[in-house]
Design a protein around this ligand. Structure first.
Ligand code: NAD
Length: 389
């Protein structure tokens, strides 16, 4: 079978196994080229198959020589159809880690469930001893409460009023006005339940109760703030409330870890094209303009560069971990630089369907979008038949 991308409603529906493998190897090569750092001996990454979680696990394994456990929710291929991208990313990462003499195990299942937490604990006891670092990098549209069985769905909506702003169809380049109705109270509560800090705390509590956390254990979860133009739908919308909850939970988790002299952090990361962010209205247009400005200034980063900087310059730098007034690590510092944001705002006001290709980096956006699913990756032979999934 020759595999070409199938795109519907800003979602790429299929994956190219060889492309996903190569994209993962490219990230590994980047970390190897940067040299070693003194990080954790063992790490658990929850949400490890794509985006920031994958980049975290690669940075830790190949930068710090960490033995890693990954947790994710992906579909394997069948005899006739490829699986999801994260399945191939993970296979490639595990093979490379084992070849490098590192322990690497993964659990493909629902991270919100008690069952998967128990499987991870059993695995740690059997093979890893204790865990030095827990990275929490889940992005999910749904969560089943493990105690009540109730299913919650997250929504990306503003809170008080209908929000209207420019948005782009990334595939056609058409810029139009998007309008999103405000969320109802139960939608807000459901979004906090899915993307807030409750499950992160359940993970740390379960690991702590099972006594599989190391002395000095740390945990980090990822958040986003972003520019004013997306505030109504992001930071001050339903997802922003969930992120506030996640950030608040960090101090509760630090309390849980205090007997081990451990600590929990939230790292605010840069806006990047991932499977989760591509579907947020308005955000792709912002990202295409942001990419253009940051590339021109020579400060553009992808997930792997962001995560390498997080571990080497923030979490595992010598001395205190540098944080902002609210205790958060900021690797969105370059994105939020006033000179970057001022230029983005000026371009945002000018952008329309006629000039988007010059004003925004739509080619860069599309390329990143396709690469998430293993397409448009240099040195991959897309004319070759793929018959094993
Ligand atoms: P992503 O979609 O690339 O990755 C999500 C991961 O979660 C995948 O490994 C997926 O398999 C896993 N997952 C989802 N549901 C699961 C479940 N029920 N059980 C087990 N695994 C499950 O997303 P991402 O963009 O890398 O986001 C990771 C975190 O980073 C999120 O908290 C997100 O808000 C945050 N963040 C993202 C951006 C951005 O621009 N992409 C910016 C800042 C912060």
């Amino acid at each position: 079978m020759i595999i070409t991308p199938k795109i519907r409603n800003s979602i790429c529906m299929n994956a190219h196994p060889a492309g996903c493998k190569q994209e993962t190897l490219n990230q590994i090569e980047y970390i190897k080229s940067k040299g070693k750092f003194d990080g954790p001996r063992t790490a658990l990454v929850v949400g490890s198959s794509t985006g920031y979680g994958l980049a975290s696990r690669i940075s830790l394994a190949f930068g710090s020589g960490s033995d890693t456990i990954g947790v994710f929710f992906e579909k394997e291929g069948t005899d006739t159809r490829p699986g999801t991208p994260g399945y191939y990313n993970n296979r490639s990462l595990e093979d490379a880690a084992r070849e490098a003499g590192l322990k690497a195990d993964s659990i493909n299942g629902d991270a919100f469930s008690h069952e998967v937490k128990k499987k991870v604990i059993d695995l740690v006891k059997e093979k890893y001893g204790t865990i030095d670092l827990v990275v929490y990098s889940l992005a999910s549209p749904v969560r089943v409460d493990p105690d009540t069985g109730e299913m919650y769905r997250s929504v990306l909506k503003p809170l008080k009023e209908t929000y209207s702003a420019k948005s782009v169809n990334a595939m056609t380049g058409e810029v139009s006005q998007a309008s999103i109705e405000p969320a109802a109270q139960d939608e807000l509560e459901a979004t906090v339940k899915v993307m807030g800090g409750e499950d992160w705390k359940l993970w740390i509590s379960a690991l702590k109760d099972a006594e599989v956390l190391s002395e000095g254990a740390m945990s980090v979860a990822y958040s986003y703030i972003g520019p004013e133009v997306t505030y109504a739908v992001y930071r001050e919308g339903t997802i922003g409330k969930a992120k506030e909850h996640l950030e608040k939970t960090a101090s509760e988790i630090s309390d849980l870890l205090s007997h081990l002299k451990g600590k929990a952090f939230v790292s605010v990361n840069k806006a990047l094209v991932t499977r989760a962010s591509a579907v947020i209205p308005v955000v792709p247009l912002y990202m295409s303009i942001l990419y253009k400005v940051m590339k021109q200034k020579g400060i553009h980063e992808g997930c792997i560069e962001q995560m390498y900087r997080l571990f080497t310059e923030k979490l595992y730098s010598t001395g205190e971990v540098p944080v902002d007034d609210e205790g958060r690590i900021r690797v969105d510092d370059w994105e939020m630089r006033p000179d970057v944001q001022n230029e983005v705002t000026t371009l945002w006001e000018q952008v329309d369907s006629g000039n988007i290709e010059e004003i925004g980096d739509m080619d860069g956006y599309r390329e990143d979008f396709l690469r998430l699913n293993g397409f448009s990756v240099p040195d991959v032979d897309y004319d070759a038949e793929v018959n094993e999934f």
